[in-house]
Write a protein that binds this ligand. Structure first.
Ligand SMILES: [Mg+2]
Length: 231
């Protein structure tokens, strides 16, 4: 068994969470896309979801670019101040999970840093989703941070794991990956040659139980135990 030199973390629902007690910390229920842009909330959500991959891999470089495309395809007018207001709202909403960091997660990072292990982050995200990162208490623990929208590919593309390993100067077989499992990221990490672990501390059981085949960690400190076992 290869000794581990680096651990790569997912961000959302692994280091931080957008949920509290099974609900979003920021409710979106009050927004009415029908009156704002002319698409019902469910139509908008569908169009937004259809563009998920291109939002993550930089295909749409900005929030404006996604919205422009949605409106154009639906022959709806692009009203600058409406889109700008939605964008600003989204920035505020996405900052929320960075504001209260779980102390168990910080304790884990401290323990790992004491072992001189390298820490990396790979997040599938867009620019406005990670504005809170640089100032949040987690940032200082990480040696390399990869945001998908900046590098042009996203998990589970093997290239993004290879990029992280190359920046961290580790062989993937000396690397652990931990994430809640969104975007099929655990299978991607395994394909890249890493040991992958499922972070199950934030996501509700009914979601996390859909993922199988990876060691399931109920608490952040279980990752530390797994790391010690590999030494
Ligand atoms: Mg995640």
């Amino acid at each position: 068994m290869a000794q581990k030199e680096a651990i790569i973390f997912d961000l959302f629902e692994t280091l931080i969470t957008e949920f509290a007690n099974g609900r979003r910390k920021v409710s979106r229920a009050s927004r009415d896309y029908g009156s704002l842009i002319g698409l019902s909330n469910s139509e908008f959500q569908q169009q937004w979801n259809e563009r998920q991959e291109m939002r993550m891999n930089g295909g749409y470089p900005t929030y404006r670019a996604v919205m422009m495309d949605i409106l154009e395809k639906n022959k709806l007018p692009y009203v600058e101040h409406v889109i700008e207001a939605l964008y600003q709202e989204r920035i505020l909403e996405k900052r929320v999970p960075f504001m209260d960091i779980n102390t168990d997660v910080i304790d884990l990072l401290k323990l790992l840093k004491r072992k001189s292990i390298k820490l990396g982050l790979i997040s599938n995200c867009t620019e406005e989703e990670v504005r809170g990162w640089a100032e949040c208490p987690l940032a200082g623990y990480f040696d390399e941070v990869i945001f998908s929208y900046q590098v042009g590919y996203a998990k589970p593309d093997i290239a993004i794991y290879q990029l992280a390993c190359s920046r961290l100067e580790v062989n993937p077989k000396h690397c652990m990956f931990v994430g809640d499992g969104g975007s099929n990221e655990l299978a991607g990490a395994r394909s890249a040659g890493m040991d992958a672990y499922q972070a199950a501390w934030y996501v509700p059981d009914f979601i996390s139980s859909k993922i199988s085949g990876f060691p399931r960690l109920a608490e952040p400190n279980e990752l530390y135990k797994q790391f010690l076992d590999k030494q």
